[in-house]
Ligand binder design. Structure first.
Ligand SMILES: NC(=O)c1ccc[n+]([C@@H]2O[C@H](COP(=O)([O-])OP(=O)(O)OC[C@H]3O[C@@H](n4cnc5c(N)ncnc54)[C@H](OP(=O)(O)O)[C@@H]3O)[C@@H](O)[C@H]2O)c1
Length: 249
């Protein structure tokens, strides 16, 4: 299939999980891909696995200094781009009693501020007809203990898709979102939970997924491909929920 033939995509946080699976699928569909990530070693490893159609940039979505360098770094590889998948994100769970300002700021800085200013900086490189996809979360719609700040950051991302779609109408740039339910990725090991808490959280989550399993990164990548490609040209400010029925059944 060549649904992304001659397209250039930037995928933030493309060195792991959903971002990496999406990079693989985009390349299989003919795209040139630039992935970002914070860690040079994992970015280099991912680029080596992805092959010649991939390039990597070490860039921290939580750092304005890094974001302001991104336009020049991307332009040095490809002068124009067609797709941005704003996937870089962190999830940290904590009871409110233990949360501090740094806990709050980290998630809003990376998930919300980072997404917004990445779009601002890459906007001059986006061609007419481009597609921006945000990786939000089913947590924006449901109540889950200890997940309030992560959920609020994802809900804020959802407001970006509608408002930026309105703002970019004249540029013919579409902004949409995929909201995954639980997906098997390294994210769960980074929640800040002990092994025991993680195991209890995972069982609780599993019992709330009607299809009886976590999703795979590849299943989310296919949804992102639809939103990124010209198959979805009538979708603006739309959210596709891919959650195994968690929020609806
Ligand atoms: N897995 C799920 O169940 C699930 C459900 C709903 C939504 N999501 C969303 O999906 C997205 C991807 O998560 P994932 O599940 O694929 O987990 P993951 O494997 O941990 O991937 C997250 C990616 O984001 C990168 N990242 C984090 N902070 C960054 C920063 N400041 N600058 C640049 N890159 C950064 C990570 O790189 P590092 O290696 O540097 O940390 C990693 O490549 C996240 O936005 C997450 O909220 C996941």
């Amino acid at each position: 299939m060549n649904r992304l033939q001659h397209k250039v995509a930037v995928i933030t946080g493309g060195n792991s999980g959903i971002g990496f699976a999406t990079a693989q699928l985009f390349i299989a569909e003919g795209a040139q891909v630039i992935i970002t990530g914070r860690n040079k070693e994992s970015v280099d490893k991912a680029v080596a696995e992805l092959g010649q159609s991939a390039k990597g940039i070490v860039s921290d979505t939580g750092s304005m200094k890094d974001i302001k360098q991104l336009q020049a770094q991307v332009a040095a590889i490809h002068p124009a781009i067609d797709i941005i998948f704003l996937n870089a994100g962190v999830a940290k769970f904590s009871p409110i009693e233990n949360a501090d300002e740094a806990f709050f700021d980290e998630q809003f800085d990376i998930n919300v501020k980072g997404s917004y200013f990445t779009v601002q900086q890459l906007l001059p490189l986006l061609k007419e007809g481009s597609s921006i996809v945000l990786n939000t979360s089913i947590n924006a719609h449901i109540g889950m203990a200890n997940a309030a700040i992560y959920a609020a950051s994802k809900a804020a991302q959802l407001t970006l898709i509608r408002n930026l779609s309105a703002e970019f109408l004249s540029k013919k740039i579409r902004v949409n979102a995929v909201s995954p339910g639980p997906v098997t990725t390294p994210l769960y090991g980074k929640l800040g939970l002990s092994e025991e808490q993680l195991s209890a959280t995972a069982s609780g989550i599993l019992s709330s997924i009607p299809v009886g399993r976590f999703g795979t990164p590849e299943e989310i990548a296919k949804t992102v491909l639809f939103l990124a490609s010209d198959d979805s040209t009538f979708l603006l400010g739309a959210e596709l929920i891919a959650d195994g029925g968690m929020s609806t059944l």
